[in-house]
Design a binder for this molecule. Structure first.
Ligand SMILES: Cc1cc2nc3c(=O)[nH]c(=O)nc-3n(C[C@H](O)[C@H](O)[C@H](O)COP(=O)(O)OP(=O)(O)OC[C@H]3O[C@@H](n4cnc5c(N)ncnc54)[C@H](O)[C@@H]3O)c2cc1C
Length: 426
C-alpha cells in the first residue's frame, strides 16, 4: 500500500445497499484512508425488498431489516444529513447541516425515491401512501392492520403487484389500476403481463388494466374516499397506494458539471462518473439505482437498473475501482431480479427491452409454473421464471453468452411445441 493511498479520504454519498457494499469493497480492496458514509435517512443501511412483502403482512418488523455488515468498516457515519452539493474543483461535498467534507475518492449511491402522485394536494390526503422507506412501510402496515374497506393500488409494476398481493394475503379487498393492458407490461411485455395478471385475478385482486386514475376525491376532511378513472368509473377506496415507479436522486448534483438527470448519473463502462462533456472523473464512481451506464451485453445501451443484486454487484465493482484504479475492467454483470407475489416466486435474468420473440422453454403458464425466454434478433436476451427458478442459471448462462434464440433444446419438462410468441412490447 502506498503512503498516498493511506492518507486519502473516501466519501460515500447514500447510506443504502450500494453505499454499504461499496464501502466494504473499498476496505476489502485495501483502502486504509478515512472513510465517511453520508446518508439522508437516520438509519444504518437497510433492506428494501421486505418492505413491500413481509413487512406489509406483519411477518417482519420494519426495523428488523437492517443490512448485515460483512467486515468492520472503521468508518464515520453521518446519518440523517443529506448531501446538497458537489464541488468537484475543490474535491468537497456540501451537507444540509452547512458542513462540508473533503474527498479524494467519492462513491455516489443515492438511489431513487418513489415517484409522487402528480397532484400534490391529492398526494397529501390521509390514506394516500407510497413505499420506498422503512417509515413508508411502517405507516402502510399500520393502515392495513386497521382493516381498510378497499385498497386501491395505482400502478401495476413490481411494487404495485406486491402491494396487491400483500392485501390479498391479509384478506383485504384490493383493486389495481394500470394504464397498460396488463400489469408488468413495461418490463415483461403484454404476453407475460397477461399471465401474471391472471395469477392476480385468480387470487382475488380486481384488475383494472387499460385505464388510469384521473383524480382522488376526499371526504371534505382531508381523507381519501374514492378515485375517478379516465373512463368515468369510480372506485371507493379508503387506502390508496401510489406505485408509479421511481425517480433518481440526482438533484444534488446540479452545478457539479457531472452528466445527471432524473434518469440517472451517467458513467462510463467502468463505472466512473462522466461530466457533461463526456469526460471521465476518475475520483468519482457511482453504483446502484442512481447509476446509468453502458451495458456491454446490450450493445452498450445505457441502462439504469433498480435491482437489488445489481446494486450489490455494481457497488462491489465501484469500491474496487475507487480503491485501485488499475484493478478493474468493465462492469458487465448480467442483471437479475426477483419478486414474490401471492407466494409465487418470480425471477428474471437479463433485460427484456427490445425483445422480438418469446418462448415458453419449460413448464406451462396454465400450470402456473414455467420458464420463458426472450430473444432479440436471434439471440437470447432475458429469461423469466415463475415458480421454476431451478433451471434459471442455465438460461442466465445463455443470456450472458448471447446464445442463439430459441434456446436449449431437449431440456426436461419442455413443452412439445415451443412456438415463438410476440412478447408484446409496443
Ligand atoms: C419496496 C421495495 C421493494 C423492492 N423489492 C425488490 C425485489 O424484490 N427484488 C429486487 O431485485 N429489488 C427490489 N427492490 C429494489 C432494491 O431495493 C434497490 O435496487 C436497492 O435498494 C438499490 O440500492 P441503492 O443503494 O442503489 O439505493 P437505495 O436503497 O435507494 O439507497 C440510497 C440511499 O441514499 C440516500 N440518499 C439519497 N439522496 C441522498 C443525498 N443527497 N445525500 C445523502 N443520502 C442520500 C437515500 O435516502 C437512501 O438511503 C425493491 C425496492 C423497494 C423500494
Amino acid at each position: 500500500m502506498s503512503a498516498s493511498v493511506v492518507a486519502e479520504r473516501a466519501v460515500v454519498v447514500g447510506a443504502g445497499l450500494a453505499g454499504l457494499r461499496g464501502a466494504e469493497a473499498l476496505r476489502r480492496a485495501g483502502f486504509t484512508g478515512s472513510l465517511t458514509l453520508v446518508g439522508a435517512e437516520a438509519h444504518r443501511p437497510y433492506d428494501r425488498p421486505p418492505l413491500s412483502k413481509h413487512v406489509l403482512t406483519g411477518a417482519v418488523a420494519a426495523d428488523a431489516t437492517t443490512l448485515p455488515s460483512f467486515l468492520p468498516l472503521e468508518a464515520e457515519w453521518r446519518l440523517g444529513t443529506a448531501v446538497t452539493g458537489l464541488d468537484r474543483r475543490n474535491g468537497r461535498v456540501r451537507l444540509a447541516d452547512g458542513s462540508s467534507l473533503a474527498f479524494d475518492r467519492l462513491l455516489i449511491a443515492t438511489g431513487t425515491r418513489a415517484r409522487a402522485w402528480p397532484n400534490p394536494h391529492e398526494g397529501r390526503l390521509a390514506g394516500v401512501h407510497s413505499i420506498r422507506s422503512r417509515e413508508d412501510a411502517t405507516a402502510l402496515r399500520t393502515a392495513l392492520a386497521a382493516g381498510p374497506r378497499r385498497v386501491l393500488v395505482i400502478g401495476g409494476g413490481f411494487i404495485g403487484c406486491e402491494m396487491a398481493s400483500a392485501c390479498r394475503t391479509l384478506g383485504i379487498p384490493v383493486t389495481l389500476v394500470e394504464p397498460s393492458t396488463a400489469p408488468l407490461a413495461r418490463v415483461l411485455g403484454t404476453h407475460m403481463g397477461d399471465v401474471i395478471g391472471a395469477l392476480h385475478t385468480a387470487r382475488g385482486v380486481e384488475m383494472r388494466c387499460g385505464t388510469e386514475v384521473e383524480w382522488l376525491e376526499d371526504d371534505g376532511r382531508g381523507r381519501v374516499v374514492r378515485a375517478h378513472l379516465s373512463g368515468g368509473d369510480r372506485i371507493e377506496a379508503d387506502l390508496v397506494v401510489v406505485a408509479l415507479g421511481a425517480v433518481r436522486n440526482t438533484e444534488w448534483l446540479a452545478g457539479s458539471g457531472l452528466s445527471a438527470d432524473a434518469g440517472g448519473l451517467d458513467c462510463d463502462a467502468d463505472g466512473y462518473a462522466l461530466d457533461t462533456e463526456g469526460r471521465v472523473d476518475a475520483r468519482v464512481a457511482a453504483a446502484g439505482d442512481v447509476a446509468r451506464f453502458p451495458h456491454p451485453l446490450y450493445d452498450g445501451r445505457r441502462v439504469a437498473l433498480e435491482h437489488w443484486s445489481h446494486a450489490v454487484a455494481q457497488a462491489e465493482h465501484a469500491g474496487r475501482l475507487l480503491a485501485d484504479r488499475k484493478a478493474c475492467s468493465h462492469y458487465a454483470a448480467v442483471p437479475t431480479f426477483w419478486s414474490t407475489q401471492h407466494g409465487i416466486n418470480i425471477k428474471s435474468v437479463g433485460l427484456t427491452e427490445g425483445a422480438d420473440g418469446l418462448v415458453i422453454a419449460q413448464g406451462s403458464p396454465k400450470e402456473g409454473r414455467f420458464l420463458a425466454v426472450y430473444g432479440r434478433e436471434g439471440r437470447c436476451i432475458a429469461a423469466l421464471s415463475v415458480d421454476c427458478a431451478r433451471w434459471l442459471p442455465a438460461y442466465a448462462a445463455q443470456v450472458a453468452a448471447r446464445a442463439p434464440f430459441p434456446p436449449i433444446h431437449g431440456a426436461i419438462d419442455q413443452p412439445e411445441h415451443r412456438p415463438v410468441l410476440p412478447p408484446g412490447f409496443s
